[in-house]
Write a protein that binds this ligand. Structure first.
Ligand SMILES: [Zn+2]
Length: 108
């Protein structure tokens, strides 16, 4: 199956994201990385679903993934946890009133 990589790259560029596509026996492996903070999401789209879709499913999925990435970045940030001190964690703002403005990782 022919895949126009350049066409799909132009979609993620407008979201300030980098696109990585790789063909495998299972399907098309899609990886999208934010250029701002390297936040990454991955998905494998099966060949079967690509073939039965009447629209360009690859394009649809890439757009959805970009939107999901942008949205989740608003809620979560990557960085150092103010509780355990570990860096490179997925963080959200602390749920405790007394600690307003501090960041907490998923493990704490
Ligand atoms: Zn922590």
């Amino acid at each position: 199956m022919y895949i126009n990589f350049e066409k799909y790259k132009s979609i993620t560029n407008s979201y300030h994201c980098k696109l990585f596509l790789q063909k495998s026996i299972f399907g098309l492996y899609i990886k999208i990385t934010s250029m701002m903070d390297n936040y990454t999401i991955k998905y494998t789209l099966s060949w079967e679903s690509i073939n039965i879709s009447k629209t360009d499913l690859i394009e649809e999925v890439i757009k959805l993934m970009c939107e999901k990435l942008i949205k989740s970045k608003d809620l979560y940030k990557i960085g150092r946890c103010d509780y355990c001190g570990e860096s490179n964690r997925i963080l959200r703002t602390s749920p405790f009133m007394a600690d307003m403005g501090t960041m907490m990782c998923e493990h704490c």
